[in-house]
Design a protein around this ligand. Structure first.
Ligand SMILES: Nc1ncnc2c1ncn2[C@@H]1O[C@H](COP(=O)(O)OP(=O)(O)O)[C@@H](O)[C@H]1O
Ligand SMILES: [Mg+2]
Length: 241
């Protein structure tokens, strides 16, 4: 059978994330690393997507390309109506600020700011005044169960609490998509379970689409879509829910 280069499935009209033929080659001097080798992906709005796979399989690279932190070597990426592969740096910055929330393994909170001020940073970056932003930050802290800790700095909070603050920060500006890279990688298993449940609950409440790269197979149990990566390719897909 002849397979044409255009044999990838057509766009699903309702996909929030649409990726075709995505390649990423990192070049450092003589050394080339093919981190992504032709990824196709369609994700509907509101999904809770989990990416698993061995270290070095390309998960972080894919997340970075999906939010325009880095540019693909080839291929198409459309997220929430915005084409990323040819977008200007200014468009990408605006896209990240207005449409994307991030959750990191090590929380990435600002140590000198209290929990509330950390949470409202994305709103201040959009130009909202502190007085307008603060009540929205307080409401987010309440949703993650930390309303009583709003004046506490990251150093006064446990790892799980810091990740809850980071989750509140990721969602406060009502992004279309939340990207999380190893969000439970620094947490014990009980705390990890609570953080997973919280993310899934906020995914359902907010309608934001979540995409998580993880080694934690428990997250797969609450996923709507589970992709396994290997060597720069998506090699398996399941839809647990
Ligand atoms: N900035 C970079 N420069 C060169 N190689 C990189 C860079 N970032 C990642 N890589 C390589 O790309 C491959 C995929 O890495 P990554 O996306 O971080 O995988 P994962 O998140 O699944 O562990 C690995 O071989 C890694 O060494
Ligand atoms: Mg990684």
């Amino acid at each position: 059978m002849h397979i044409s280069p255009n044999s990838a499935p057509e766009t699903q009209p309702d996909s929030l994330i649409h990726v075709r033929g995505l390649w990423k080659t990192y070049r450092r001097g003589q050394v080339q690393v093919e981190a992504l080798r032709g990824v196709d992906l369609d994700i509907p709005p509101g999904a809770f997507v989990v990416l698993t796979g061995p270290s070095g399989s390309g998960k972080t690279t894919l997340l970075h390309l999906l939010c325009g932190i880095d540019h693909p070597t080839a291929g198409q990426i459309r997220v929430d109506g915005q084409s990323l592969e040819h977008a200007s740096e200014a468009d990408l910055t605006r896209f990240r600020r207005d449409r994307v929330g991030f959750i990191f393994q090590f929380y990435n909170l600002i140590p000198a700011l209290n929990a509330l001020d950390n949470v409202i940073l994305p709103l201040l970056a959009k130009g909202l005044a502190w007085k307008k932003a603060a009540p929205r930050g307080q409401a987010m802290l309440e949703l993650v169960g930390l309303q009583a800790r709003q004046r506490h700095k990251p150093g006064e909070l446990s790892g799980g609490e810091q990740q809850r603050v980071a989750i509140a920060r990721a969602l406060v500006a009502q992004p279309a998509i939340v990207l999380a890279d190893e969000p439970t990688g620094d947490l014990d298993s009980t705390t990890a379970r609570e953080v997973i449940q919280l993310m899934r609950q906020l995914n359902q409440q907010s309608g934001a689409t979540f995409l998580l790269a993880t080694h934690n197979l428990e997250i797969c149990q609450v996923a709507t879509h589970h992709y396994e990566m290997s060597d720069g390719l998506l090699i398996a897909k399941s839809t647990p829910r």
